[in-house]
Design a protein around this ligand. Structure first.
Ligand SMILES: Cc1cc2nc3c(=O)[nH]c(=O)nc-3n(C[C@H](O)[C@H](O)[C@H](O)COP(=O)(O)O)c2cc1C
Length: 260
C-alpha cells in the first residue's frame, strides 16, 4: 500500500492479540526507524524494546495502569540519549558541549521522529500501536526501572502488537484551521469556534462513553469539551507536578549543567 494511504488509515490500537511480534519483523521495523533524519546525524536517541512481562508489569504504575502495557506483547520506549555520544567524545578527547537543555531538546526531537517512523513501519506491516503520554509524564520513574544512565530521558513510547480491535478513524481538526500560508494568520473567536465545532460534539460523545470521565464531568459540573479537557483530563495541578518532575529529572540526568 502506498505510504500516504497507510498514513490516512492510522488509528491508535488499545486492545491486542497475545501473539508475539516475530523477531525478524520487529528488527525490520526498528531498522526502518533508524533511517529517520537526525540532527547532525548524531542519532542521539535510544530505543528500548521491552518484551519481558515482569518488567512491563513494573512499568504499569508509571504508565498510569494503562493495561495495554502488559496486554500488548511489546512496549517500546524512545529516549533522548546523549550518554553514548558524550562517552565517545570523552574517549576521543573531544570537548563536550552537550550537558544542557538545548541538547536535551535536540535529542528529544531525534527520538520522537524515530518513534513515528517505527510506528508507521509497524502499521504498514499489520501491527498496531498506541503512544503513551505517561512516558514523559513519569519519565523519572520509567527511567529508573529501565536503568537509564545520565543524559538519557524517555520522551515517547508505545505499545506494539497485533490489533484485537478495529476502531473507527478519529476526527481531526480541519486542515484549514491548522495550516497557515506564508505567515501565521491570527484567529478571530469565530474562526476558533468553527475550527472546534465538530470536535466539540465528537470529542464530548467519545469521552461520555467512559464511565469514569462521565462521573467526573458530572461531579465537576463540566458543561463542554473545553472544560472537560482542563477541569478533568489535564488539570493544572497534574501539569504543574509533571513539569516539576521533568525539570528535576533533567537536572538529575545532567541535562541542565550549562543552562546559564
Ligand atoms: C504523545 C502522545 C501521547 C499519547 N498518550 C496516550 C495515552 O497515554 N493513552 C492512550 O490511550 N492514548 C494516548 N495517545 C493516543 C491519542 O489519544 C490518539 O493518538 C488521539 O486520540 C488520536 O486518535 P488516533 O491515534 O486513533 O487517531 C497518545 C498520543 C500521543 C501522540
Amino acid at each position: 500500500m502506498p505510504v500516504i494511504n497507510q498514513i490516512h488509515k492510522h488509528r491508535s490500537i488499545r486492545k491486542y492479540k497475545p501473539d508475539p511480534v516475530p523477531e525478524e519483523l520487529l528488527n525490520e521495523i526498528l531498522e526502518a526507524g533508524i533511517r529517520t533524519s537526525s540532527s547532525g546525524n548524531m542519532q542521539t536517541y535510544s530505543i528500548i524494546v521491552t518484551r519481558d512481562r515482569h518488567l512491563r508489569e513494573k512499568l504499569l504504575d508509571p504508565h498510569l495502569q494503562q493495561t495495554m502495557v502488559v496486554e500488548a506483547p511489546v512496549l517500546i520506549t524512545f529516549c533522548a540519549d546523549f550518554h553514548r555520544m558524550r562517552r565517545w567524545l570523552k574517549i576521543n578527547n573531544a570537548p563536550d558541549n552537550f550537558d544542557n537543555y538545548f541538547s536535551f531538546m535536540v535529542a528529544a526531537i531525534d527520538a520522537i521522529l524515530v518513534s513515528q517512523t517505527v510506528a508507521l513501519a509497524a502499521e504498514s506491516n499489520g501491527l498496531g500501536i498506541c503512544f503513551l503520554g505517561s512516558t514523559l509524564a513519569n519519565a523519572d520513574q520509567i527511567g529508573s526501572i529501565l536503568n537509564l544512565p545520565d543524559n538519557v530521558i524517555p520522551v515517547a513510547g508505545f505499545t506494539l502488537g497485533y490489533p484485537a480491535e478495529n476502531p473507527e478513524l478519529r476526527d481531526r481538526l480541519p486542515a484549514s484551521g491548522l495550516i497557515h500560508n506564508e505567515k501565521y494568520q491570527s484567529y478571530s473567536d469565530e474562526d476558533i469556534r468553527k475550527i472546534y465545532k465538530e470536535r466539540e460534539v465528537k470529542g464530548w460523545q467519545r469521552y461520555m462513553q467512559s464511565k469514569r470521565l462521565k462521573e467526573l464531568a458530572e461531579e465537576n459540573n463540566v458543561e463542554n469539551l473545553a472544560q472537560l479537557y482542563t477541569i478533568v483530563k489535564y488539570t493544572k495541578s497534574s501539569h504543574q507536578e509533571h513539569s516539576r518532575n521533568l525539570l528535576d529529572y533533567l537536572f538529575h540526568q545532567n541535562f541542565m549543567n550549562n543552562h546559564l
